[in-house]
Design a protein around this ligand. Structure first.
Ligand SMILES: [Zn+2]
Length: 86
């Protein structure tokens, strides 16, 4: 792990272009979560945390069944000046 753990004071963090996949622990079907439309709630950087995915195959009411997946939001801020060759 790299970088500090920061509790971002962001209620809804959307990440367009970030799509993650995880297998359902019950049926093994791969669930997908698109963070362009499905935000992270007060995320923390550089430290694993759990967020929920939904398996559309499981669940009795047709709304799917949620399960937790461990994720990590790696966050880095650096200068973007031209680098000198060493
Ligand atoms: Zn399932």
């Amino acid at each position: 792990m790299s970088g500090p753990t920061i509790e971002l004071d962001i209620k809804r963090l959307y990440l367009p272009g970030v799509v993650l996949h995880a297998p359902c622990p019950r049926c093994s079907k791969v669930a997908t979560r698109d963070f362009a439309t499905d935000y992270l709630y007060y995320p923390t950087t550089n430290e694993p945390f759990f967020t929920s995915f939904v398996c559309e195959k499981c669940g009795d009411d047709g709304n799917g069944e949620a399960f937790d997946v461990r994720v990590i939001l790696e966050f880095c801020l650096r200068t973007d000046e031209p680098k000198e060759e060493i």
